[in-house]
Design a protein around this ligand. Structure first.
Ligand SMILES: Nc1ncnc2c1ncn2[C@@H]1O[C@H](COP(=O)(O)OP(=O)(O)OP(=O)(O)O)[C@@H](O)[C@H]1O
Length: 280
């Protein structure tokens, strides 16, 4: 999306009822406090704080290089911020491994897909169940006793996700043969297979055509609505962000310059300036 289009959406769209209106949120499930992250001399994030409430759809936006992915990577345990804390369901951490974060109930999708291209849709989504597989590797390999029953249960769960995402026709298709929009949907399915309480989506609509974006929006809203999953998403498409988010955090040069409902954020002169002043 070009500069004027982004800025135009932020500044000129007629204020509408926020999608947050009438929606019920729970307590704070994720609390990011005073996070700072540097790579050598590059300050990727400076003193970032924001919270996410249960059942909310929370967007993180900002021009290229603003620090969005770095922030998601801190929440996810991929990056370890030099300062600040992240509290997830009352448990605080700064240096947590990705696997531990995942075990606590946080799943994510990736900007650049992290799927096994040669494996089927079903097997890719099944990899999302790994954290939940209890039986040992030998029993799994031999598919005997409790391992067989457990695998059946996981397969049933994965089939439900496949139905939910309307990708039944591609169950056995190697992921690499699918159009990009469907690959993104499989990536969402893999994250959903973890039964997350918080789903982090890194540019879920990137590279999609209009129809694919509409489908993905619907799935994100349905996941949030039907499973009550809290969603934190990075997205460049301002129309999408303003349509589906309850609250929006705005970053620029690693600092937070806005935080509020879509209406509040798009009325902010600082946010408008950040978008007009960039080639993104
Ligand atoms: N692993 C890294 N090593 C060094 N610098 C990094 C690393 N990751 C990010 N940065 C720097 O941190 C800053 C923020 O980058 P980040 O990727 O988080 O921004 P972004 O908002 O996600 O950008 P984009 O919209 O282009 O994906 C940039 O200056 C980037 O060059």
């Amino acid at each position: 999306m070009n500069t004027m289009t982004d800025a135009a959406v932020i500044a000129q769209q007629a204020p509408q009822a926020s999608p947050g209106n009438g929606r019920k949120f729970g307590n704070v499930i994720l609390d990011v406090k005073n996070i700072s992250l540097s790579f050598g001399g590059v300050k990727a994030l400076t003193d970032i704080s924001f919270d996410v409430r249960e059942h909310e759809i929370r967007a993180i936006i900002g021009p290229n290089g603003a620090g969005k992915s770095s922030l998601l990577n801190c929440i996810n345990g991929v990056y370890q911020p030099q300062q600040g804390t992240i509290t997830f369901r009352g448990k605080s951490f700064r240096h947590m491994k990705s696997r531990q974060v995942a075990e606590m109930g946080v799943a994510r999708t990736f900007q650049n897909l992290a799927l096994f291209k040669g494996m089927s849709v079903l097997d890719n989504i099944m990899t999302g169940r790994n954290l939940r597989i209890k039986s040992n590797l030998l029993l799994q390999a031999l598919r005997i006793g409790p391992a067989e029953k457990e695998e059946m249960r996981h397969r049933e769960f994965v089939e439900r996700i496949i139905d939910f995402l309307e990708i039944q026709a591609f169950r056995k298709t190697p992921v690499g043969q699918l159009p990009y929009g469907l690959q993104k949907r499989v990536d969402l399915g893999r994250a959903l297979a973890m039964e997350p309480q918080v789903l982090l989506l890194d540019e879920p609509m990137a590279g999609m055509n209009v129809e694919e974006k509409q489908d993905m929006c619907r799935f994100v809203l349905d996941v949030n609505d039907e499973f009550g999953t809290t969603v934190v998403l990075i997205e460049h498409d301002m129309g999408v962000v303003m349509d589906i988010s309850d609250r929006v955090v705005v970053l620029d040069y690693g600092r937070k310059i806005g935080d509020g409902t879509p209406d509040e954020v798009r009325a902010s002169p600082e946010v408008i300036k950040a978008y007009l002043g960039t080639s993104h």
